[in-house]
Write a protein that binds this ligand. Structure first.
Ligand code: BGC
Length: 713
């Protein structure tokens, strides 16, 4: 018998259930406190896992309680949401996705893991892999955007970064792929609302990122709060037990979302905690986060025959095995022992990485030539409620990041432009009706050569429980912006946001429009780097940016329909009151060096189905400075047994080009890129014609396309 099996054999039922029970620590100014009878729960073995407790000292103290003061001395599993950095805050995931850079995603996750582990944490509830196509949903900020291929690459990179090469290392934390499944498609974009998507959408859109996370060795999975067509994910036997445990062969830990097991009662599938506990356990949920349904209901469920002891044993064994894999039995104090990680990532290097990630996340949406700011811009007015909003720069889920840590936009610009006279006026608050500051802000702008207008959302306006029916600029920011724009001076508008904000009027009037999202600790410095041209922007939209919320859900990988949009034909798929095209397509983003693609070719017009294809394209830097191109590769299966999307992202390449340079770039297309789920949802490649396109975004009017044919001998 293995160490954990021996341990399991020695455990009482209560102790086994204790391993499945995750409780929380509260936090006050001085640090963590344990609510109610938590200490007693730990000492008696009734609590085996904790969340929201961090800090080397408190972690050691509570671990000591579990290891030295319980009958069996089993260490606690300490989990925490390290969604985009821990102490050092990186850009929110949606922003980081805009970097289209798997190596960067991995590096930031690695640093986050090191910092979290330094604080005693062994497990993070990340990466969040919810593909979403609806900017009303606030949690769009937490995930990698609209595309399953992109989300899959994000998933792998994050899992590698968090878990490192060896889960037991003092700098590794167990990752949790969440929220399984389709949580990003709630009805009306309203958080926690019911989801009703097709099996096809599950297989084509929502499952792939989780498959990628599992393939990368992700240690844990968290089901979402949502139901799919009436079956809550926390009790979803077909997806959790049959697909995840069965088909995908996942034998790691499934951890419920916060209170989600008890919420099975509100969903209307269980009448009490006993039934709720039984449903979740039978579906394959191991850890009960915060609902105490397992603690209070599982032994009764066993007595009533609703669950079997073998199911409780299997769940407890999975939790013990994870603790074993994390090295907790060998040394429960290795995370949080400062000597273990000291020096591995110096503070300066962490800040440098945060700045690089933030630079790479920024997306220049429009630029009439105003950017980069001319060196002769002597007088700059920095105006708006996000200009000096330090704490907001962190965005949602800012983990253990301190509110006074981030660099503001104003500070960043002042540091970057010491020779300029920079005046600041807030104008209006982020939200609310008070416009008394508008006149002062306009006055501050009168003498300026250029105005940097800092608009957007507060951090809390995106993230969990932050759906917005109409994601426009909140409060009276539009009034401020229009008053400033009326001066007729050059205006660079920045949008701090956790989602695409709808503001087509701003695009029309501002000389440049930049999505600066929530960029984290180094926000202001990175924004200054991009505005001054110290960094030639490379960020590209990981999400389609609508012109009106009435277009949601909106995404590039749409199917044709039998009546594709034709403005000249009434009976086609379109709106009467606006174009169907978005404000900005997926992949859009400008650099200061205009880039172009030419001469797309593939090895041969025909290829054997099941073989890889190699595409090749010339990239030209038409600008006067070096620039980085992101080249997207899409395919379309023109005729298939199931109608395929007009474009599907299947690869990308990045290349840095000297001014005026032309380089040939090769894009390998693996055979699997031509496969799609057939009627039985098995991956299949059907012979026939495919279109292979490359572009600098998903704008279909600007792609280079070749036609190739898959043949079967
Ligand atoms: C969120 C999860 C998170 C958990 C623990 C829940 O409300 O949905 O994403 O991991 O809280 O903080």
């Amino acid at each position: 018998m293995s160490r954990v099996e021996t341990l399991l054999a020695a455990m009482t039922l209560e102790e086994k259930i204790g391993q499945l029970n995750m409780a929380t620590a509260d936090r006050v100014v001085t640090g963590p406190v344990l609510p109610g009878d938590t200490e007693a729960g730990i000492r008696s073995g009734r609590i085996g896992c904790m969340l929201n407790l961090w800090g080397a000292e408190p972690a050691r103290a509570i671990q000591r309680m579990a290891v030295e003061e319980t009958r069996l001395g089993i260490p606690l599993l300490l989990g925490f949401d390290v969604v985009h950095g821990h102490r050092t805050i990186f850009p929110i995931p949606l922003a980081e996705a805009a970097a289209f850079d798997a190596a960067l995603w991995e590096r930031t996750a690695r640093v986050a893991a090191v910092e979290a582990a330094e604080d005693g944490i062994a497990m993070t509830f990340a990466p969040m892999l919810d593909v979403t196509r609806d900017p009303r949903w606030g949690r769009i900020a937490e995930g990698p955007g609209e595309d399953p291929w992109l989300a899959s690459r994000f998933a792998e990179a994050k899992v590698r970064g968090f878990q490192g090469d060896d889960l037991s290392a003092a700098t590794s934390v167990a990752a949790s792929a969440k929220h399984f499944l389709a949580y990003g498609a709630p009805t009306g974009g309203r958080d926690y609302a019911s989801v009703d998507v097709s099996d096809r959408a599950l297989h084509e859109v929502y499952l792939p990122p989780f498959q990628a996370a599992l393939a990368a060795g992700c240690a844990t999975v968290m089901p979402g709060f949502n139901d799919i067509a009436g079956i809550p994910m926390t009790a979803h036997v077909p997806l959790l037990r049959h697909w995840l445990r069965g088909q995908a062969g996942f034998d790691g830990v499934v951890v419920s979302d916060y209170n989600a097991i008890a919420e099975l009662i509100r969903h209307g599938v269980a009448s009490d905690l006993v039934e709720a506990a039984a449903l979740a356990l039978k579906a394959g949920v191991d850890i009960d986060m915060m609902s105490s349904a397992y603690a209070r209901g599982l032994s009764t469920a066993l007595e009533r025959g609703l669950v079997e002891i073998g199911e409780i044993d299997a769940a407890a064994l999975r939790v013990l095995t994870l603790k074993e894999q994390l090295g907790l039995f060998d040394d429960p104090y290795r995370r949080g022992a400062s000597s273990a990680t000291a020096g591995s990532y110096e503070a300066a290097a962490r800040r440098e990485l945060a700045r690089e990630a933030a630079c790479r996340a920024i997306v220049v949406l429009t630029n009439s030539g105003l950017l980069p700011l001319a060196a002769k811009s002597r007088r700059i007015a920095v105006v708006g409620p996000l200009a000096n909003a330090r704490a907001e720069m962190r965005g949602s889920w800012s983990a253990a990041g301190e509110p006074d840590d981030p660099v503001t936009i104003l500070e960043g610009l002042r540091a970057a432009l010491p020779g300029s006279e920079i005046v600041f006026a807030e104008g209006v608050a982020i939200d609310g009706e008070d416009v008394r500051g508008v006149a002062e802000a306009v006055a501050a702008c009168r003498a300026a050569d250029v105005i940097v207008l800092c608009l957007g959302e507060a951090a809390w306006m995106s993230g969990e429980a932050a759906s917005r029916a109409n994601p426009v600029l909140p409060g009276r920011q539009r009034q401020l912006a229009e008053a400033v724009l009326d001066l007729g001076k050059p205006v660079v508008a920045l949008l701090s946001c956790g989602r695409p904000l709808i503001a087509p009027w701003l695009e029309e009037r501002a000389g440049a429009l930049v999505a600066t999202w929530f960029l984290g600790s180094e926000a202001g410095n990175a924004i200054a780097d991009v505005l001054t041209g110290r960094f030639n922007p490379t960020g590209r939209l990981p999400i389609t940016w609508p012109r009106d919320i009435g277009q949601a859900p909106i995404f590039y990988a749409a199917r044709s329909s039998g009546r594709p949009n034709n403005p000249k034909d009434h009976y086609t798929s379109k709106y009467l009151d606006m174009p169907v095209e978005p404000q900005f397509p997926f992949g859009h983003g400008l650099s200061y060096s205009p880039l172009a693609l030419e001469n797309l070719s593939v090895g041969a017009e025909k290829f054997q189905a099941g073989e890889d294809v190699l595409a090749s394209v010339d990239v030209v830097n038409q600008g006067a400075i070096a620039g980085e191109a992101t080249i997207f590769l899409f395919i379309r299966d023109v005729v298939a047994s199931v109608a395929r999307p007009l474009l599907e992202l299947k690869g990308l390449a990045k290349i840095t080009l000297a001014p005026g340079a032309r380089e040939n770039v090769r894009l390998p297309v693996p055979a699997s890129a031509f496969a799609f789920p057939n009627a039985e949802f098995q991956p299949t490649i059907e012979p026939g014609r495919f279109e292979l396109s490359v572009g600098l975004s998903a704008d279909r009017t600007r792609l280079l396309t070749v036609s190739i044919e898959a043949i079967v001998d």
